[in-house]
Design a protein around this ligand. Sequence first.
Ligand code: KG4
Ligand code: ZN
Length: 338
Amino acid sequence: MKDNRFLTLGIESSCDETAVSVVADGRDMLSNVISSQIAIHTKFGGVVPEIASRRHLENVNDCVNQALEDAGVTLDDIDLIGVTHGPGLIGAVIIGVATAKALSWAKGIPLVGVNHMHGHVSANYIQYKELEPPFMALVVSGGHTNLIKVNDYNECEVLGATRDDAAGEAFDKVARVIGLGYPGGPKIDKAAKEGNPDAVEFKRVYLEKGSLDFSFSGLKTQVLDYINHERMKKREVSVPDIAASFQASVLDVLVDKTMMAVEREGEEKVVVAGGVAANSGLRAKLSEACAERGIELCMPEPVLCTDNGAMIAAAAYYKYKKYGADDLELDAYADLPF
Ligand code: KG4
Ligand code: ZN
């Protein structure tokens, strides 16, 4: 039953999760349905875009109905529909956008397109009810690695970005190389807990002095070179040690650059966002670094770090308040700048 709060239905389908959520006043998550395709893509060792699109198509209506039911409302109670319109796998994004447009048109509900990465940052508004910009955001996902100065709800400045692989992509590729398979991030996270982070010395790539950009593609090559070298010497390699050493080299750079950005910009708050923010080592290391400097740290619980509809609803709410609705010409994009 609807109370007098403003209800947003958030739809996310940019990669391998069909996710729908109802959020009240941009902050309170009333439902959060996530239909994961992990089991399907595991046998292929990664996300197969065509299969992902087809599964979104099969799942999306059920996810919408379930999200409404869990929230105890109907479409007639929804005030706004927010949908990821990029960046992502284009066929997958199109399913979410087409669904949102159809619901918007049929029910006369305003529609807002949300940048997926802006959605990730906005997951923090759900978890931290009092959080308001400005703050520094470290956004680390399968497709992006960014340091973003969030000046206002709809005003972001990209200070640093990856020049090659994203952090999550590095986790996924290295997991494949060491035989852990898909999805790589959580598997490396788990294996690293059993390994020694000092066992193998992988390089930390900082780029030019003062740069807030990242580069992770060389790490995969370093891991491969190390494995080949050990095998040539007929030595056993320890998967947990490689996982722990690789993870340590990624996390050192992520945390050091985040602290550099905070100090340079004089920010007092840091938020993390995106799938890699679910990494237990990153959470521990960032907590320590922020505590040492007296910086406030927001880390949404893991289910809000990986893809979900609530983050899209939160971002849509603030975008709609400032800019109003999009029209039915709203398009889907594989690439969409922050
Ligand atoms: O944000 P997300 O769910 O989807 C994208 O927007 O890409 O992020 C997925 C990425 C994948 O690369 C996955 O391996 C990584 O996040 N990931 C993790 C962990 N959980 C997910 N990486 C490291 N540790 C984790 N616990
Ligand atoms: Zn994502």
